[in-house]
Write a protein that binds this ligand. Structure first.
Ligand SMILES: Nc1ncnc2c1ncn2[C@@H]1O[C@H](COP(=O)(O)OP(=O)(O)O)[C@@H](O)[C@H]1O
Ligand SMILES: [Mg+2]
Length: 249
């Protein structure tokens, strides 16, 4: 696996070159007139409607808004999990709306940590293997993958559960594994979709502490959330409604 490291572009050198924001004046993410339509049969749902937005490096942005407003779609577009129907998404100085799938996969692996609302753990892998997975894709040596995974699982209070499969973990524990996995490659951008929704209080507290630490590490963070305490952490709050920005700045 080690020999694949450069091929996948996961080396810190590549990361740093794009990260320093030299050509972007501190703006890390720039959406220009972005629209996302979903076609269902003869119907078209406009999930994101002509949105322009800039997010600076190191900002923690909270994204609020009712269910169906388009928050998840916006996160997916910013994280390169989906492509706009119209408009352009620039991230780390790269036009990710025009990248081919393979380049996008590498972009996501190196630059983004995604925390999904429904955890999205790989059901056949243990907690530890789930956390190791992004590091494995980057070609890091197995020993290092394991060391980092154990340390991260200890951080989220799951050291004892590291051999467990997702199905053997509670919802809160699965989300903690998902958070450890999202940061295992030390990505500069963290995207989180309602990360504290419907979870036990202990996990909610732990997640809040985690985001406080990531903020101190100057990560760029975008969280779709209704959690008042997470919103309090934000440098900027954007309210989304009906596919557009209806409040905030
Ligand atoms: N994959 C999809 N296919 C079709 N419609 C979708 C899809 N994803 C989201 N939508 C629709 O787009 C709109 C915005 O959804 P979403 O981004 O999930 O909003 P939120 O996260 O704010 O609840 C909704 O009307 C939803 O039904
Ligand atoms: Mg959503």
């Amino acid at each position: 696996m080690e020999k694949n490291k450069d091929k996948l572009g996961c080396s810190p050198k590549n990361k740093q070159n794009e990260e320093d924001g030299e050509n972007t004046g501190g703006v890390l993410i720039k959406l220009s007139d972005v629209t996302k339509d979903y076609e269902i049969g003869e119907y078209i749902v406009r999930a994101v409607d002509n949105v322009s937005l800039r997010i600076n490096k190191g900002q923690l942005v909270a994204l609020k808004g009712p269910s169906g407003a388009g928050k998840t779609t916006l996160l997916n577009l910013i994280g390169g999990l989906d492509k706009p129907t119209k408009g352009r998404v620039m991230s780390f100085g790269l036009n990710i709306s025009e990248m081919d799938e393979k380049s996008l996969a590498i972009f996501r692996l190196v630059h983004t940590g995604f925390i999904f609302q429904n955890y999205n753990l790989i059901s056949t892998l243990s907690a530890e293997e789930n956390v190791m997975f992004p590091m494995d894709l980057c070609g890091h040596p197995l020993e290092r993958q394991r060391k980092v995974a154990v340390a991260l699982l200890r951080d989220v209070g799951l050291e004892e559960r590291r051999e467990h499969l997702p199905i053997q973990l509670s919802a809160g524990e699965q989300q903690r594994v998902a958070i450890a996995r999202a940061i295992s490659n030390d990505p500069p951008l963290i995207l989180a979709d309602e990360p504290t929704a419907n979870l036990d209080q202990e996990t909610v507290n732990l997640i809040r502490v985690f985001f406080t630490r990531l903020k101190e590490l100057q990560k760029t963070i975008i969280i779709a959330t209704h959690d008042d305490l997470l919103i309090e952490l934000a440098d900027r709050v954007i309210t989304f409604g009906d596919g557009t920005i209806v409040g905030g700045s």
